[in-house]
Design a protein around this ligand. Structure first.
Ligand SMILES: *Cc1c(COP(=O)(O)O)cnc(C)c1O
Length: 498
């Protein structure tokens, strides 16, 4: 199996090559020449299997050139850092809704599901392709990727990591998690702009040949830990197999019956993983794509026209405050019947005018399996309160976006298929917003830590140590740059990192 590019179907590289490079030279994303699949019997065998074993089986189909045992030991090591042996527990709410908690890793967001294993995949891949230069992991983050990547890569030999985040565009806990990161090989920089500015800046650096040459002279090569990296995507496919197997094991469904999946979506990585799981054989009926007030994806799914020319909103679900969803390009590739020329044309339009229109056939195909909706800030806050009072479940704002969109989807369609809702962050990571939704003005007066204490008390839970210890950690990263000054900021950061 080889990997090709969404913008050039003549490009060809191995899985290891795709992981090391991150993005194809033509600006496209790496896609397999054929999406692997698993027979029903192989999926049935996953019922009752431990998480790392399910993950290794799913990943083996995508990562040819890695042995099953190699992947299994990487998965076992990666998921040991989670706070529960079940890695991603399923919580059942009323109405046959099952919340898949993907936030039990060290940084309390679903990004850990991939970023705890990516450094291991990256190191093994570099060896397989004889890459001897030091890897510089360049990250643009809307909040959670940054910390998860830092946690995964800090202290890893042969790697430096530089993270750019939008100044003022992340939650206080997210910011503190990043700027207190230790590790001589890690640097964190605030960008005066929003997430799209930071992401565009990073993409530009990847496309700047003179920068690559300069770094190469210094024995370094750029690589990406953003969700477009194949090594991020593949581990995420696994938890949809896991969720299905858990639902069968707990007798909520009979093996072979369909489920729906609802995902709070930003850069389209998580829901794309669900799409691939469906293509691989997991009986998934509809994929429900949930957006916040930045509803460019909901509009796209409902009209077939992608248009980023709209106001950008800062919401209480900042990890979804995105107007350019990079991973969507991989779905476009599949929807157009794997037509790289067609994808190139759409991406050129996006770059030029900020919009593109899906060809009719591709749009009709999309409508057969995907629904899209969005939740306003008021709806999100109302949903957090409703879920807490009706189901005794504390949800973070991202998860609440999904629960809210799902509720309206079910109302409008009457579709009552058992549904897995991806829960992407711990409520304590967004303590202030959650507390405001539950306690109103009373919480507005409190700082983030006091809000978390209040949430713990109300839910008879505990504030995770990853949050409570932030209070005392020293701030180690104070750099700020303009959105047009990211390259000099990177070079300066690299000169001070080791
Ligand atoms: C990153 C993130 C998302 C969005 O995931 P995508 O894969 O980018 O669609 C949603 N919620 C949280 C908490 C996140 O960290």
């Amino acid at each position: 199996m080889r990997y090709t590019s969404t913008r050039d179907d003549q490009a060809s590289t191995s899985a290891a090559g795709a992981i090391v490079k991150g993005i194809s030279d033509d600006g496209g994303l790496f896609v397999p020449d054929e999406i692997p699949s698993l027979p029903a019997e192989a999926i049935r065998q996953m019922v009752g299997m431990p998480y790392p074993e399910v993950a290794a089986r799913v990943m083996a189909g995508w990562l040819r050139g890695f042995s099953f045992d190699e992947l299994l030991s990487m998965c076992q090591a990666a998921y040991r850092s989670f706070d529960t042996p079940g890695v991603a527990p399923l919580m059942t709410l009323s109405g046959n809704r099952h919340v898949l908690e993907l936030f039990h890793g060290p940084t309390l967001a679903f990004k850990d599901m991939a970023l705890q294993i990516l450094p291991r995949l990256m190191a093994a891949s570099a060896k397989k392709v004889n890459e001897t230069r030091e890897l510089v992991i360049l990250v643009a983050t809307s909040g959670d990727t940054g910390k998860a990547a830092l946690a995964g890569f800090a202290g890893v030999p042969g790697v430096r990591i530089v993270v750019f985040y939008p100044d003022g565009g992340v939650s206080e806990a997210q910011r503190l998690q990043m700027v207190t990161q230790e590790g001589a090989n890690a640097r964190v920089i605030a960008v005066r702009g929003n997430f799209d500015d930071a992401q565009s800046g990073v993409k530009r650096m990847f496309a700047t040949k003179p920068l690559q040459d300069l770094l190469s002279e210094r024995g370094m090569a750029l690589s990406s830990a953003n969700s477009i990296n194949l090594g991020r995507l593949v581990p995420q496919i696994a938890y949809y197999f896991w969720a299905y197997a858990r639902l069968v094991a707990s007798r909520h469904i009979i093996f072979g019956k369909p489920i729906n999946v609802c995902v709070p979506t930003g850069n389209f990585g998580n829901i794309l993983a669900a799409f691939y799981a469906k293509e691989m054989g997991v009986p998934i009926g509809r994929l429900i794509c949930a957006s916040n007030q930045n509803n460019v994806l909901a509009d796209f799914i409902n009209t077939g026209a992608y248009d980023r020319n709209r106001p950008f909103f800062q919401t209480t679900s900042p990890s979804m405050d995105i107007l350019i969803s990079s991973n969507l390009e991989r779905l476009l590739f599949e929807l157009t019947g794997r037509d790289a020329g067609e994808v190139c044309a759409m991406m050129a339009n996006l770059a030029k005018s900020g919009r593109y229109v899906l060809p009719t056939g591709a749009f009709l195909k999309l409508k057969t399996f995907m629904s899209g909706g969005w939740a306003s800030e008021e709806q999100v806050s109302g949903q957090i309160a409703a879920t807490f009072h009706e189901d005794k479940y504390l949800s973070d704002p991202h998860t609440a976006v999904a629960l809210n969109v799902l509720a309206r989807f079910q109302q409008e369609t009457g579709d009552r298929t058992p549904t897995v809702v991806a829960s992407t962050a711990s409520p304590y990571k967004f303590g202030k917003s959650v507390a405001r939704a539950l306690f109103g003005a009373e919480a507005a007066e409190l700082d983030d830590f006091a809000c978390c204490d209040k949430l713990a008390e109300a839910s008879k839970g505990e504030v995770p140590a990853a949050i409570s210890t932030l209070r005392k950690k020293p701030v180690l990263h104070t750099a700020v740059c303009e959105k047009d000054g990211m390259q000099p900021a990177l070079l300066y950061a690299l000169s001070t990192a080791q």
